[in-house]
Design a protein around this ligand. Structure first.
Ligand SMILES: Cc1cc2nc3c(=O)[nH]c(=O)nc-3n(C[C@H](O)[C@H](O)[C@H](O)COP(=O)(O)O)c2cc1C
Length: 137
């Protein structure tokens, strides 16, 4: 089955508490594990950026559901391309709350989200490609 990687950015409808973020993560993990989707969710200053990986048709259905979630708005699809490998093999969903500053990629991730907000490239690369490269080895 064809593998796709998809990246979007969106704005939280209102500030998310730690508990609300953990609930969202638990829901995403449980669902994604069932449908063979992996990925990672980043949150900073009221913005979400998410990578989703899985079969193209599955992702299309999932993203249609996520897009309509009242917890966020201004959903903007940045990237949706075939991929040879998954970048987040180990995670049905992982979450990085940048407000905790618990990541060694903090500066790079803040820059990726800032660039995506304003549609700015990072060097020659789009923010979505930069994000995927930060985690691929
Ligand atoms: C920023 C954000 C990211 C989400 N990511 C996922 C996800 O990766 N997988 C998922 O199933 N639901 C995700 N959701 C939740 C879906 O919008 C929806 O609430 C959920 O899939 C419904 O699940 P249920 O049928 O178990 O109630 C996300 C919601 C938001 C706001």
């Amino acid at each position: 089955m064809s593998l796709n990687q998809l990246v979007y950015i969106s704005q939280a409808t209102r500030k998310m508490s730690k508990e609300e973020l953990l609930d969202l993560l638990a829901q995403a993990k449980a669902n994604n594990a069932r449908i063979d989707v992996t990925g990672s969710l980043f949150y900073n200053g009221g913005w979400f950026m998410q990578v989703l990986e899985g079969p193209e048709a599955t992702l299309a259905k999932l993203v249609a559901r996520i897009e309509n979630d009242p917890r966020h708005q201004d959903f903007r699809l940045l990237y949706n391309e075939p991929a040879k490998f998954r970048t987040f093999v180990r995670w049905s969903m992982n979450m990085t709350n940048l407000e905790d500053r618990q990541t060694d990629k903090y500066d790079e991730l803040v820059d990726v989200i800032e660039a995506a907000k304003t549609d700015r490239k990072i060097g020659t690369l789009s923010p979505a490609v930069t994000l995927l490269r930060l985690f691929s080895h």
